[in-house]
Design a binder for this molecule. Structure first.
Ligand SMILES: [Zn+2]
Length: 458
């Protein structure tokens, strides 16, 4: 077995101060660690209840004395304010009382490095309201559109700040941003909801000769179109788009949708390029890795894997395959089927499934139809559907050694993929020729899953 995984961690970072943490990883074959988020935990009233119920590693649970409390996140570094000069976004403050804990953590990272560990940062994402993310001048925190160039500039300053204070780190994983890709109403990633129309987005569209509001209007019309399907229309669509050229008529009759995709591609590229070049200017040796969604619906999110080769060192598409909750692949695919069905109760089930397959470019395995997607997936799913996603990634990126897909059991407490499924997934990965992955995240790994992961390490 010959996979080289990156282990991603979540708070508490305090567990890393114990030497046993690094030895456990090294023994299991992990030589790369990505630290997300770079925060200590402090027990306070009204904070976030932790540990989350999916936490399973004894080392994490013992930090919490095996009971639940409420915690606030304390940034590990005290910012060097000069690095943020001229920015309206301000880095989070950290009081001096954590200086000695920082020193302990610093030594732990040095020790990890001396044991042969590669350490990576995770981006201090600056566009969501989260811990450690920047405040506006008035102290408020909130959504920051990535089309505001300051968001990229802040991320560059923040990376320099970490790199100065934690010089043993050698790279950073950028997480997103992604435009949305879901169609089920009310979902976090519903592509028909909340297309940002801030002045930065309007300007970015204007510079491309496009009208943002017209494109948003086209999205509304497209949603209406998806709600007015019948068997004749769908069968006609399936027939005429069977060939590559057949889809041209459809796209040309939806010019604003095509423009919206161009807008998404262009703005994601501008943001990532700005971040990449900004980091490389100061830290040329830093490895910059960028996440994306899986190829089936990546175009909706604004990422073009082949183009990103020019402004990322490694590509980290999310092979998040679970059902049950977002942003799992099976969950999203089932939502497409269920939502199209709910919007068009007269449409035959067969046509709903065929339309979903055509839109996403997937084929459901015969022994695992979409209505069974909430059940554990058979090996055929990992071999065929997940295997195809891997092949698409390789084709788009060209070099499998530049691919480090994200793998996880689930997010936010939904049903987890089983240890046997993890084995099937890693088997498919190995067979595909991709030799690395990044696991999200250390805290949730049960012993049986740990055993599977270690079976596949070098
Ligand atoms: Zn915006």
């Amino acid at each position: 077995m010959s996979l080289r995984p990156i282990m991603l961690t979540r708070p508490p970072v305090e567990i890393m101060i114990n030497e046993g943490f690094w030895d456990e990883l090294i023994e299991a074959g992990f030589r790369d660690v990505c630290v997300s988020w770079m925060t200590f935990l402090n027990e306070v009233e009204g904070g976030e209840p932790l540990p989350s119920h999916e936490e399973a590693r004894p080392r994490v649970l013992s930090f919490f004395d095996n009971k639940c409390g409420t915690y606030e996140y304390i940034p590990v570094i005290s910012p060097d304010n000069e690095l943020y000069d001229g920015l309206n976004l301000l880095p989070p403050h950290r009081s001096n009382e954590y200086d000695s804990l920082f020193k302990d953590l610093y030594s732990a990272f040095e020790q990890a490095k001396s044991k042969g560990m590669n350490l990576y940062l995770f981006d201090d994402k600056s566009y969501f309201e989260e811990v450690g993310y920047p405040a506006n001048e008035d102290g408020s925190r909130g959504f920051r559109c990535w089309n505001d160039p300051e968001v990229a500039d802040y991320l560059i300053s923040r990376t320099r700040d970490y790199s100065n204070q934690l010089p043993m780190f050698s790279g950073i994983v950028l997480d997103g941003p992604d435009y949305k890709w879901e169609i089920a109403p009310g979902e976090r990633d519903d592509l028909f909801a909340e297309q940002c129309d801030c002045r930065h987005c309007v300007n970015a569209a204007h510079e491309m000769g496009l009208d943002l509001l017209e494109m948003i209007g086209a999205l509304d019309s497209f949603k209406l179109e998806l709600q007015q399907l019948d068997d004749e229309r769908v069968e006609g669509f399936l027939l005429t788009t069977r060939g590559f050229l057949g889809a041209v008529d459809w796209w040309l009759s939806h010019p604003d949708l095509l423009n919206l995709l161009r807008f998404k591609y262009s703005t994601i590229e501008d943001h990532l390029e700005r971040v990449y070049e900004g980091i490389k200017k100061y830290l040329p040796e830093y490895q910059v890795m960028a996440s994306s969604r899986t190829p089936s619906y990546i175009s909706l999110t604004g990422h073009a894997l082949p183009r990103r080769v020019g402004y990322t060192d490694f590509q980290l598409p999310k092979l998040y395959l679970w059902a049950g909750n977002q942003p799992g692949f099976r969950y999203t695919v089932k939502n497409y089927v269920d939502t199209i069905s709910a919007w068009n109760p007269n449409l035959s089930k067969k046509n709903v499934v065929a339309l979903t397959e055509r839109i996403l470019g997937i084929e459901f395995p015969e022994d695992y139809p979409v209505e069974r997607f909430n059940d554990p997936a058979p090996s055929s799913f990992y071999k065929e559907i997940a295997g195809d996603e891997m092949k698409k990634m390789i084709h788009l990126v060209k070099d499998p050694d530049k691919l480090i897909p994200f793998i996880a059991l689930e997010h936010f407490g939904g049903p987890q993929i089983e240890p046997r499924e993890v084995r099937d997934l890693l088997t498919s990965l190995e067979e595909s020729g991709i030799s690395r992955y990044i696991f999200f995240h250390y805290g949730v790994i049960t012993d049986p899953v740990w055993d599977v992961l270690t079976e596949f390490t070098e």
